[in-house]
Write a protein that binds this ligand. Sequence first.
Ligand SMILES: Cc1cc2nc3c(=O)[nH]c(=O)nc-3n(C[C@H](O)[C@H](O)[C@H](O)COP(=O)(O)OP(=O)(O)OC[C@H]3O[C@@H](n4cnc5c(N)ncnc54)[C@H](O)[C@@H]3O)c2cc1C
Length: 223
Amino acid sequence: MEVSLISYTPEPEMTVAIAARRCYSALESGELASGLSEEDAKKLINTILEAGHLSPCEHASFTFAIEGVSRSLSHQLVRHRIASYSQQSQRYVLESGFKYVVPPTIADNPKARDLFEKQIEEIRETYWKLTEIVPKEDARYILPNACETKLVMTMNCRSLYNFFERRLCNRAQWEIRRLAQGMLECVQQVAPNLFSWVGSPCEMRGYCPEGKMSCGKINSIIR
Ligand SMILES: Cc1cc2nc3c(=O)[nH]c(=O)nc-3n(C[C@H](O)[C@H](O)[C@H](O)COP(=O)(O)OP(=O)(O)OC[C@H]3O[C@@H](n4cnc5c(N)ncnc54)[C@H](O)[C@@H]3O)c2cc1C
């Protein structure tokens, strides 16, 4: 899996701090940035994060290039609606040499790995034969969830908080958890204050909302 930050709102922390300052100040628009030091910006960011006043965080967006992930992952990823996505098409791009993701439980189990790889080879062959007689967009129906895919995705900072809360949790699947960890490392490099308060619900709030499905890392709320 490869994840990289390809672009983001210039000066994301200043942008969010200026938006937060707008809420609490009588300054004219042209004066909002004046005299705002990095330390002031940090304080403003902490104030809105503590208060849960998160709309200023929507003014900073982050664009990621993601590849080497499965179609299983991308299906989970695109459930996050407050985002923009561009994904490599299986209608236009021939998948005859498709790469695939092998879950660690399968990779580490010789019997499972053998079954998995044999089936992948069979699918590859059938896909190839189908592309000779039907359009790619129909041949792709035979392709597996394991198929690797590539995306470009943009999320604003507030939506990223929601994404990280859900997908850094042990209850999320290993692959999207790995992606969330990679994305977090990318954004923490360019906006450490904005992303100092992120994590699973147990890390953030000290309790687990998963009930009987809890991973057990911390006592869950009894339902
Ligand atoms: C561990 C785990 C297990 C899951 N299991 C399943 C499953 O079995 N089946 C399944 O279908 N999905 C499952 N999901 C997906 C989950 O239900 C969400 O679709 C996904 O996590 C996206 O979250 P979201 O809606 O908060 O994000 P976004 O779509 O980005 O929305 C962000 C926030 O905006 C608000 N919002 C967005 N759209 C609306 C709307 N239409 N109405 C009101 N408020 C809105 C909500 O507050 C939402 O939290 C699972 C997710 C996780 C993390």
